[in-house]
Structure formats: C-alpha cells, structure tokens
Design a binder for this molecule. Structure first.
Ligand code: PXL
Length: 275
C-alpha cells in the first residue's frame, strides 16, 4: 500500500447481527450507519427476522445454523486479519449462536467490542428470552468493552427496576461493575418527561445525554443505529464518551427524519444527519 492509500483507507468495522427484512433494524441499520459515518462495514448474519403483516407484524425468527455463522466469521477474520479490531454485536437470538460468536471473538484481539444486548424488539412481549438472556450475560457481557442496554435490557442485566433517571444511573453503574465495559443505558421514550435521557457511565465518568423526545413511540432501528454509530466512532478512534455523544446526535437526527410505512412503527433514517 502507498501512504496515500493508507491515509484514505476506512476503518474496517464488523456487525454480527440479524437481518430485519424491512430494513429498519438489524444488520441493515448497522451497515447504513457504518456507511454514513465513513467506515467500511461488514456483516455476519446470525438470524433472519421477517415481520408477519398477517399476524400483527409479529416476529418470524429463523436462526442461522451455527456452522454457517462460524463460516462467515472465519471468512471475515481471515480476510481482514490484523486490520479488523472493532465489532458490534446485535441480535443473537439463541444460546447456540452466542456460543459460536463468543468462540470466534476469542480467536483474536479486539480494541472495541460493542454489545447491543438485544433481548426483545419493538412491539414484542418481554419474557420469552430467558435462556438467551443468561447466555448473553455469561458469555458475551464479559467480552464487551461497551454495552448499550435499553430500558428493559438495563433492568434485566442489572436486576433492578428503572422508573427514573437515578434508577437508570444506578443500573448503568451495576452493569459497568459486572462487565468492566463503558455503558450507555437508554431511557428512550420509556421514562416519563419530555426528554429522551440516556446515561453514560464508564467507572470514572457519568454523563446524562438528553434530547427532546420526538413523539412517545419508539422508532425501529434506533437501538441498532445507536450502537452501530458508537462502533463506527470507536473504530475511527473516538473516546467512548465522544462516541456516545456523536451517536446520540446521529440517532436523534435519524428519528427526526424517520420513514413511515404500513407497519405500526416508523423506521429511523440513517441519512437524517445529512438531510
Ligand atoms: O431492534 C432490535 C432488532 C435487532 N435485530 C433484528 C431485529 C430487531 C427488531 O426487530 O429484527 C434482526
């Protein structure tokens, strides 16, 4: 490589995530976010989610065979050995997938492992994912350098109930102490008030990130895009706190420019920040 080529080479950034066919969430949101923020995006797919328009847009979930997940990761890690040091983990969906992903992660050194601990998606009922929840806590949380739980996931990972910003701060501290990772615990539209409040905590710094709520209904892809934006910023060398701030602004703009559809939820548009 010439030095000119090296200078203009984008950071290589991997998302291990599920496909969400309508393009609002999952690997599609990750890739669009990576592109928008100027990193070279790659995905290894863990599952395919196809909402069911005949059944209230419920999730039809198809896991990808563990061997097929392992094959994708083998190709990616061999292809970018020595160049790939930043990964985002999205929807895993099963303990078997978590095992496969954890094994591949342990095969190399990472600078950044951003875990979006996806337990349920918009509109789904909580409580169906206990075994996945436990596998995630046991096998992925210890590897993470940055974790982005939403309200439900922060309650689950911290074992606390969250009804206020103070509760969210406490949960962020507990999750940091359990994992050693920087934590961005997201209140989103779940906490009362006119602001969408997230709490950043990394053991030394606590910062409340706040933006006026844009409606009271969660937008599809907000969580995925937030974690992907953090990942892209970390890949480019930002500090965890700066990555969180940039990602919050990116997602706020994407929600402002959201895309409506025939589904009962709008989708964040990653182009919102430059619209
Ligand atoms: O928004 C969480 C999420 C992540 N990944 C996939 C999804 C969803 C929600 O629908 O389908 C693949």
């Amino acid at each position: 490589m010439t030095s000119k080529q090296q200078q203009s080479s984008p950071a290589i950034t991997l998302a291990i995530a599920g496909s969400e066919a309508t393009g609002g969430a999952g690997a599609q949101a990750d890739l669009k976010t990576f592109q928008q923020l100027g990193v070279f995006g790659i995905t290894a797919l863990t599952c395919i989610v196809a909402f069911d328009p005949k059944q209230n847009w419920d999730h039809r979930f198809t896991p990808i065979e563990p061997q097929v997940i392992a094959d994708q990761l083998e190709a990616i890690q061999a292809c970018y050995a020595g160049q790939l040091d930043t990964v985002k983990l999205g929807m895993m969906g099963s303990p078997a997938t978590i095992d496969t992903v954890a094994t591949a992660l342990r095969a190399q050194q990472w600078r950044n492992i951003v875990l979006d601990p996806v337990l349920i998606c918009k509109g789904q009922e909580p409580g169906h994912a206990l075994d996945t929840d436990q596998a995630l806590k046991a096998n992925l949380l210890p590897l993470a350098t940055f974790v982005t739980p939403n309200h439900f996931e922060a309650e689950s990972l911290s074992g606390t109930t969250i009804t206020s910003v103070e509760d969210l701060e406490r949960a962020a501290r507990i999750i940091h102490e359990a994992s050693g990772a920087a934590v961005l615990a997201k209140g989103g539209v779940r906490l009362a008030g006119s602001e969408a409040v997230d709490v950043y905590h990394d053991g030394t710094t606590t910062e409340i990130l706040s933006a006026p709520k844009i409606g009271e209904v969660a937008v599809s892809g907000a969580g995925c895009s937030l974690a992907a934006a953090i990942t892209a910023e970390l890949a480019k060398g930002a500090t965890p706190l700066d990555a969180a701030r940039t990602a919050k602004a990116f997602v706020t703009a994407g929600i402002e420019h959201r895309v409506a559809s025939h589904a009962p939820f709008d989708a964040l548009w990653q182009g919102g920040a430059t619209a």
